[in-house]
Design a protein around this ligand. Sequence first.
Ligand code: MG
Length: 471
Amino acid sequence: MTSMRWLASLALAAASCAAPQAGPSDRPLNIVLVFADDLGYADLGCTGAQGYETPHLDRLAREGMRFTSFYVAQAVCSASRAALMTGCYPNRVGIQGALGPGAKTGLHLDEVTIAEVLKPRGYATACFGKWHLGDDPKFLPTRQGFDDYFGLPYSNDMWPRHPERPNGYPPLPLIDRETVVEKNPDQTKLTSSYADRAVSFIEKNKDRPFFLYLPHSMPHVPLAVSPDLAGKSARGVFGDVLMDIDRSVGRILETLAKHGLDGRTLVIFTSDNGPWLSYGDHAGSAGPLREGKGTSFEGGVRVPAIFRWTGRIPAGRTCGELAATIDLLPTFARLAGAAAPAGRIIDGRDIGPLLRGEPEARSPHEAYYYYWGLELQALRSGPWKLHFPHEYRSLDGKPGGRDGIPAKYVQRRIELSLFNLDSDVGETADVAAKHPEVVERLKALADKAREDLGDSAAKVQGKNVRPAGRL
Ligand code: MG
């Protein structure tokens, strides 16, 4: 050992001796983040589901706080997950759309994920479920701060049995850490096998802080349910699958309670985007919200969100302030006493004051931006949402498909339109002509975003965007 290194290690040892002993009370809190796939705003019992019940999720909402204006960054898998993991708009970190098998890109290894934020505070970290930020081993969760990983590297329909592209995809790998353990796995086992892993992870790490990220493959199509729940709901297989997810949340809550961890664990349930409406009876519901997955209407990007931290988050509340998945990273960093990623722009903000129910707490976002790919399609500030002219997919009021076969979307176009989401959550009445001053204020906010993040529709390159990782 060189003398410099010896001195450095001596200094480190002295520093750790001087640090206060971490007792049980100042141990950072555990975080359990359950992330459903394509689960819509109205797909929980507590948000209006019909034909099945979600008693464990409803209980979670009763024991915690439910947000009613909670957003993902884009209504598509990879972009949404990039935002969740980095606290940034996905175009900030170069990820768009849904990455396909063998993608040459993935989340850049220089980006700092939630797991990497928490690890220096002594957290055990695991991801059980769908990753979708690059399927090359170089981009898997094990390279992005997670100690353990088990699941699908991308969407469960990207396999040879795709209804519209038979044999259009390679065999679907099920991965344990970095090893493919099965191809084209029996999807009826996915939800329960993720829950099995989650329960053992909690058991194994009950005496230290942990971050458990559980991004379910379901209810993304093709729907598949644990055999004992098949046919149990009056809503068909979609309802059965929601019962399966609900049961798996119940198992996690039971494990936390059994080990006395309720008071030191923040449990969150939300979804990556709204329902894939073209799948009809195999799709969820956005309730009163317009459109669904793949659009910048509320049905695409506004999702249910429940936060429970027994004794710290007031129970049984709803919060109508705007918050988003990008806020989770800075919020977790603050709660865990961890450092937020340095030397880069992070778009999310700490929503701790909202979670604590502080009476004066307000959304930390003056404006929230709805991008689709690199196109700025809309923005929201307070109750006002301004759409810029853009195309979108729609069923045009026609029913979706049946039995796992999707109906065809048509392309529609919306012109510049202003909606007041407080009085018109369904985005039905354009009030731009009545509120020209609001339109001007939102346009000015949009110009700031264009300069910062870019906008393909305006042919503007963002000044502060970072590249995706490349093989
Ligand atoms: Mg999705």
